[in-house]
Design a protein around this ligand. Structure first.
Ligand code: NAD
Length: 362
């Protein structure tokens, strides 16, 4: 999806440029709630997206963030084949000091009033406990704790999707999807990174791990038999696959210049510092990029499953479909000589357009 630069334009101009369906400003004097719910597109289904709580410097910054993130959710759901639209919410405030039960429950009432066109889950600054408070006011929430019938930790499903994305990329490039003997560098050994290292080692891949936390990196390396690499010298090493599982924007002209890998496939959101520029740079250099928003969609799949009545087995099977979806993107990229991130956007947009036509015929 094209990145739209934030400019000092009117609210309605911004909504028009991002093509939003509805944006709801939620304000409550008693609880101090200031939130924005952005529903980008509901052609495929109700808009699902996390609620982020952040101390935005300005309200304009909060609006820009929610518009940008909700649009990205539309693409993620569409490419993953889910019957969900894209949405997101932001609560303006400090999640450590400003969060209270009544604030979250008041926010839940705003969601309830949207009658199911927006469903939320946790995100930066919100937790399963917050989802529990929201659940007290509305059923349109996922990511509640396991003991309350929720799906629990998303990261095993996310790791499974990333693993399938890596396998599909290896298949495209080397003709077989076996990872035995292939080398993968996993940057970030947190929730997703650790599960990914496990899956890779089960298949006898050679795994390098790096993390800014020495403790985590060493623990994960020892547990699964991986090799530790200093985070600053990661690109000095030869490996087949770079799996960014820490932060975004690690793929930029400076790092691309150093990269010797054949594939980039990891869980981090927004891996390309500049989508247009860096997608093209990777294409030019012949590095295959498995679009992050597709292969890290396991978390969204998990939420979708929770809505449908959670089954771990079915959720994992859905995450496995990321393999075929990745192959489809890579094929389109090759056929049209376009960066893989653009190919993914086109497939997502086409699915929305196609389904829109079906719906208009009723
Ligand atoms: P996490 O916080 O559990 O783990 C992140 C790890 O990265 C930590 O061990 C941290 O020390 C390390 N790290 C931070 N900065 C680093 C740096 N500069 N270099 C190397 N390591 C660094 O997070 P997570 O839940 O495992 O998620 C990892 C990434 O995947 C994030 O970008 C997240 O947005 C994305 N993601 C996660 C999920 C999910 O299900 N958890 C779903 C979709 C996307």
């Amino acid at each position: 999806m094209s990145s739209i630069r934030f400019e000092e334009s009117s609210v309605f101009n911004q909504l028009a440029s991002f093509e939003h369906q509805q944006v709801v400003f939620c304000h409550d004097e008693d609880t101090g709630l200031k939130a924005i719910i952005a529903i980008h597109n509901t052609v495929l289904g109700p808009a699902l997206g996390g609620t982020r709580m952040w101390s935005y410097e300005t309200e304009a910054e909060a609006l820009y963030d929610v518009l940008r993130l909700s649009k990205a959710m539309t693409y993620k759901a569409a490419i993953t084949g889910l019957n969900l639209g894209g949405g997101k919410a932001v609560i303006i405030g400090d999640s450590r000091n400003d969060k209270t039960e009544v604030l979250m429950r008041r926010f839940g009432r705003f969601i309830e009033n949207l009658n199911g066109s927006f469903i939320t889950t946790q995100d930066v600054g919100t937790s399963p406990k917050d989802m529990e408070f929201i659940r007290m006011e509305t059923k349109y929430v996922t990511g509640v704790p396991e003991v309350l019938g929720g799906a629990g930790d998303l990261s095993p499903v996310t790791a499974k999707g990333v693993y399938m994305g890596i396998k599909a990329s290896v298949k495209e490039l080397f003709g077989t999807d076996s990872l035995a003997g292939r080398s993968v560098a996993v940057q970030g050994t947190g929730h997703v990174g650790e599960h990914l290292v496990n899956l890779l080692r089960i298949e006898n891949a050679k795994v390098y791990v790096s993390d800014i936390s020495q403790e985590r990196m060493i623990k994960v390396a020892k547990k699964y038999g991986a090799e530790v690499v200093n985070n600053n010298s990661l690109f000095d090493i030869d490996f087949d696959v770079y799996a960014p599982c820490a932060l975004g924007a690690t793929v930029n002209p400076e790092t691309i210049n150093k990269m010797k890998c054949a594939i980039i496939a990891g869980s981090a959101n927004n891996q390309l510092a500049d989508e247009k520029r860096d997608g093209q740079l990777l294409l030019d250099k012949g590095i295959l990029f498995a679009p992050d928003y597709l292969i890290n969609a396991g978390g969204l799949i998990n939420c979708y499953s929770e809505l449908e009545g959670y089954s771990k087995k079915r959720t994992m099977q859905m995450a496995e479909k990321i393999y075929d979806a990745t192959l489809q993107v890579l094929k389109k990229s090759k056929q049209e000589s376009i960066p893989t991130n653009i190919a993914a956007d086109k497939i997502a947009e086409k699915r929305i357009q196609d389904i829109k036509k079906i719906k208009s015929s009723f």
